[in-house]
Write a protein that binds this ligand. Structure first.
Ligand code: CP
Length: 297
């Protein structure tokens, strides 16, 4: 019997769920919020490396007075040959209250139909990264002092095809009323649903002004068909330099991390006065705390 919620996709959240998460993320981590979570345990199960997502879920759990259990692939019995599937069965058998999973392929929802743990997708293959999209959109609504992104013009630059961040953000940004444009080399433009989005291949094709621009790194670890471009060519054609930034208007700068300085973004733009990149990281803890509560209550 499922007793707790799962957030595996932005589609798992209604508009009022998103508003509720943003409202909680704006509030203080009060004693009453901590009191109802004391003694509950969050388990992070990351089969891929992470800096921000795993640690900010764990920071959020700390701030909420929860216990934390961290699965580490390298020191686990997977080094003795245990498979990912059996590892997961064993971890769920320990009955954590919330499990955050990151894995290299799309999470199979049916596999967790019987679990009574709350489940959060910490990034699954090229599919989705819902907590990243929530914190990105939260950061923009906070910056623009609005509840929605209605009327905002947002540009996503880079490896759209392999970016789970782009996939979740497209869903949430458009749901919140933004107009999203992709700027990507042909090899990183995705066939299918995303192509219905306005997609261009070069900065020269853009003559409009943007409210926000998000840089995406090339997801080298996910390119299986060998179609790519060199770092040098990518940097020359797509790097967000100060000069390109000024041509895009008075926009704020986002990057989900990890950043490859000198490739998709320069140091000057990453640390530009209009960069919200560290604000994204700061908000990640608050938004993820709100997601944990949303799943449990
Ligand atoms: N944005 C993001 O998912 O970063 P990490 O890989 O460091 O978690």
């Amino acid at each position: 019997m499922v007793t707790h919620r799962a957030i595996l996709s932005i589609d798992d959240l209604t508009d009022s769920d998103v508003s509720r998460i943003f409202f909680a993320a704006r509030g203080s981590l009060s004693e009453s919020r901590k009191a109802r979570l004391r003694g509950r345990v969050l388990m992070t199960v990351f089969f891929e490396s992470s800096t921000r997502t795993r640690l900010s879920f764990e920071m959020a759990a700390h701030r909420l007075s929860m216990g934390i259990s961290t699965f580490q692939v390298a020191s686990s019995s997977m080094s003795k040959g245990e498979a990912e599937a059996e590892t997961l069965e064993n971890l769920f058998a320990m009955s954590p209250d919330v499990v955050v999973i990151r894995q290299a392929s799309t999470i199979d929802r049916s596999r967790y139909a019987q679990t009574n743990c709350a489940l959060i997708n910490g990034g699954d293959g090229v599919n989705e990264h819902p907590s990243q999209a929530l914190l990105d959109c939260f950061t923009l609504t906070q910056y623009f002092r609005t509840d929605s992104l209605a009327g905002k013009n947002i540009l996503l630059i880079g490896d759209v095809a392999h970016s789970r961040v782009a996939h979740s953000n497209l869903k949430l940004m458009t749901r919140l009323g933004a107009r999203v444009t992709f700027l990507a080399p042909d090899v990183f433009q995705e066939p299918g649903a995303l192509l219905q989005q306005r997609t261009v291949s070069s900065f020269d094709e853009l003559d409009d002004q943007f409210d926000a621009v998000m840089c995406l790194r090339v997801q080298k670890e996910r390119i299986q068909d060998g179609k790519s471009i060199s770092d040098l060519e990518f940097a020359e054609r797509y790097s967000l330099t100060e000069e390109r930034l000024e041509r895009l208007g008075h926009c704020v700068i986002l990057h989900p991390g990890p950043m490859n300085i000198g490739i998709e973004i320069t140091k000057a733009t990453a640390y530009h006065p209009r960069s919200l990149i560290l604000e994204q990281v700061k908000n990640g803890v608050l938004v993820r705390a709100a997601m944990i509560e949303h799943c449990l209550f």
